[in-house]
Design a protein around this ligand. Sequence first.
Ligand code: MN
Length: 448
Amino acid sequence: MLELPGGLEKKLDRSLSLLEDNDKFRIITHYDADGISAAAVLTRCLMRDQSGFHTSFVESFPDKIPEGLPLIFTDIGNSHLDDIAEVEEDVIVLDHHDIKKDFDLDDPELEEDNKVFVNPHDHGINGSQDVSGGTLALLLSVWYDEVNWEDAVYGLAGAAADKQAIGGFSGLNLKLADEAVEKGLLEERKELFIDGENIRDSLMKACDPYFSGISGHKNEIDEIIRDLNIDSEAKIRSIGKDKIRKLNSLLVLSLVKKNRSPQVIDSIIGVHYRDKHEALDIDTLYKLLNSCARTDRPGLGLCVCLGDKRALEEAKKIRDEYRTEMISKLKNLEKSVEVEEYDHLQYFLEEKKKRKGELAGLGILYILDRNKPVFGITEVEEDVDISARATRDMVEQGLDLGYLCEKISEELGGSGGGHDIASGATIKKEDMKTFLSRMDHEIGALSG
Ligand SMILES: [Mn+2]
């Protein structure tokens, strides 16, 4: 079994007694892919146990916490622990977002027996890199019953969706993955991974990773297929090692030309995991869940994780449409006409609120200057909604976007927060330039 910090084990044990004391739960989860992953793991755990459940996907923390059923919050909740502490019901919070506000998780008054706040940061675990909502849920479910190791692929997909697999899993994610491999449930392979139905489709719609000059470029892809002398309808695994190696060199070259980071380049041929029984791999699954989430179909994503084959087919269609849309947005971003630069940050405007975060994230990994954080901004009525993305290197040098987004947006009467590497804010439209120049100043101050 896993070795965990003692304090965390205690929290998990206390969560178990709440799981055992009740036979019906309300799961409230974040609507993104990691939130779907977390809900899926818990739902599968409860179903196996013949417990009832009611799962809700929320974009942000609910104004009014639902009453009447024991609650499990996943991938959300850490920003509202004081509100959660007030409710009557039994509550488990499994959230990997850092707590920025002063909140004493071990305050005896709050730590009544019927509330457990499982916060990795409290036990020396880096929630932005080493554990996600999905893997925190997996941890609890295997702690509850070892049979739930079968759901490893569903939990780890959440971590991959939160970009915690770039350069390989680490920390608690890696421990969980290793243990699932050890138990013979996941198969681990080091290979070139680009998902899609066949090589042409994979390259046409490759947005994560995005290969500059190849992704979405029909003529260039035709040429590659001709040069490799392969059938365009072939699956990548079927073309043989030599041709895979050649294809890999071309893809790596496109990343090198674009001055991408070593971690990004290395992760093209990285460790990929496949569930042995469900014939489902983590990368395909997290991209399906991501497409479902971004097109307002998180429930469909959950059905995929519950094994519904028709849901899987529907999700694949949605993924293909979503990738086609993203490719065209990424190509526009690459033309850079829409990207504005400050000394220490870059930003772009995006009309769709639910695309800007992912565009910013993919942009900084594959397209834009990788030495400046990226801000994707959408106008929403009187406000602007902002998603900010950094790289692991920047975070290692001391950048904490979650802290800065919270601080600067609150100074301007808005709200914000999140992870050090990925965060967001909402402020009044007229404050946008002030927000950006203050942010620019703060980021500049970090590098001295
Ligand atoms: Mn998450």
